[in-house]
Design a protein around this ligand. Structure first.
Ligand code: T4K
Length: 414
């Protein structure tokens, strides 16, 4: 049975969908009256945020390394265990600045199975991204494949902790050391995660977090570079403030990458609810695992139990030989107002300008090519309740039990 949604009054009672024709791709009403998104922001304690916003307005200190930014950076250091945090206006600028501050140039090895910002941050500064395949089990960069891509022009590697899964930090560090390369981790998904007990934020030369609205800890927009290298942190601090070192004194090229006070206030407020957000995400993950577990051809991307994760992405892998394809399941869910996402389809190498620059890339990325056809991110976060998940899973089950009819109907709807 499809339940009414207690936690979100905007969703009225969901219908019971007993038969195939109750599905919205046939003649049924959508199961959700409003779109259920992947990436609905988590909102912390509103009263605490409002108090902080009043304080910011009262103090008339709105940006430029104000007290809330300093507190936010302190709290990120406490959480990760890393020595330095330089907050940024977003994660993309954090990536661009750390790439520049480390002097990366020529070629940098990077997975294609990531959000486009990881790759754009290189190309934007005239650095050639060299696409590396991923491990099909972890979805993160394959260090053995990365080693084969090293040339005399290679200056660095960017690993991505996709879904919050650490991207082989030791193996990549060994590789970087052996070949004298810089190593950065795009940790946009991995705040609050650990690897062998060590907080993400402590690996490579630096790690970059995102606090975009859709991340489980958000600062509206925001990012941070975290590092144990004091000199690097100093350079980043200068570079994200136009290169200023004091009044009237510019010591390097720079830009405006600063996080404003309002974002830091939201970030601090979000951090205060971190444990609740993780617990909610974990419950959601378990609910999906319980309800989808037995369905043939479906597999939830899982994390090894020994470390800490934030569980902010629920990624379903749909075997191409399953009764319905990933895209058919997605279309069926979209008709029900469940806006599941194909993160990160079609792979950066198949988006411009990379598709034109590197037309042969697909042949060297077999695991990436396969994964982008089979993954589907499902709604989670505090805006998604257990009864929402029960409804989503019932929809998937109903469709998978009637694959031929659903496929035929989808084809005729096009
Ligand atoms: N590296 C990686 C690995 C990343 O995943 C990202 C960002 C970055 C780097 C760059 O960090 P930032 O520069 O962004 O700090 C979203 C986010 O925009 C993007 O930040 C994120 N990754 C990516 C995984 O997801 P889109 O284009 O898929 O969706 P978007 O932003 O339209 O939001 C998704 C859905 O969330 C919407 O359909 C509606 C809902 N939503 C969104 C916003 C912004 C809300 O309900 N409320 C909101 O305020 O990229």
């Amino acid at each position: 049975m499809l339940h009414s949604v207690q936690s979100s009054p905007s969703y009225p009672d969901n219908m019971q969908k007993k038969s195939l024709h109750d599905l919205a791709v046939f003649t049924g009403k959508p199961a959700f009256s409003e779109p259920l998104h992947v990436g609905r922001p988590n909102i912390g304690n509103r009263a605490a945020l409002t108090r902080r916003m009043e304080d910011i307005l009262d103090s008339r200190w709105l940006t430029n390394n104000g007290p809330y930014v300093q507190e936010f950076e302190r709290r990120i250091c406490e959480l990760t265990g890393a020595a330095h945090c330089v907050s940024m206006c977003n994660g993309t600028v954090g990536l661009e600045l750390v790439i520049r501050a480390l002097g990366m140039s020529g070629e940098v090895i990077v997975p294609s199975f990531t959000f486009i910002a990881t790759v754009h941050a290189l190309q934007w500064q005239g650095i050639q991204p060299v696409f590396c395949d991923v491990d099909p089990l972890t979805h993160t960069i394959d260090p053995a494949a990365a080693e084969k891509l090293i040339t005399p022009r290679t200056s660095g590697i960017i690993g991505v902790h996709l879904w919050g899964r650490p991207a082989a930090p030791e193996r990549l560090a060994d590789l970087a050391q052996k070949h004298k390369l810089k190593l950065v981790f795009d940790a946009a998904h991995a705040l609050g995660c650990t690897h062998q007990g060590i907080g993400i934020g402590n690996f490579g030369d630096a790690e970059v977090f995102s606090f975009h609205a859709t991340k489980f800890i958000n600062s509206f927009e925001g990012g941070a570079v975290v590092t144990n290298d004091a000199a690097l942190a100093g350079r980043l601090r200068m570079m994200h403030n136009f290169g200023f070192t004091g009044y009237d004194c510019v010591e390097s090229i720079g830009t405006n990458g600063k996080m404003p006070e309002i974002s830091a206030a939201m970030g601090i407020t979000s951090l205060e609810s971190l444990e609740n957000f993780v617990a909610h995400n974990r419950r959601n993950f378990d609910a999906y695992a319980h309800r989808l577990g037995g369905l043939p051809g479906l597999r939830l991307y899982r994390f090894p139990e020994e470390d800490r994760y934030n569980w902010q992405y629920v990624t379903l892998e749909i075997d191409p030989a399953a009764a319905l394809t990933r895209d058919e399941i997605m279309q069926m869910l979209h008709a029900e107002n469940v806006l599941a996402r194909r993160y990160f389809y079609p792979g950066c190498h198949r988006m411009e300008p990379y598709r034109s620059l590197y037309p042969n890339a697909p042949s060297s990325l077999p695991h990436t090519e396969a994964l982008v056809q089979r993954v589907l991110s499902l709604p989670t976060g505090t805006a998604v309740s257990d009864s929402d998940i029960a409804s989503i899973c019932e929809l998937v089950t109903l469709a998978l039990n009637n694959p031929d009819a659903v496929r035929k109907r989808l084809a005729s709807n096009q």
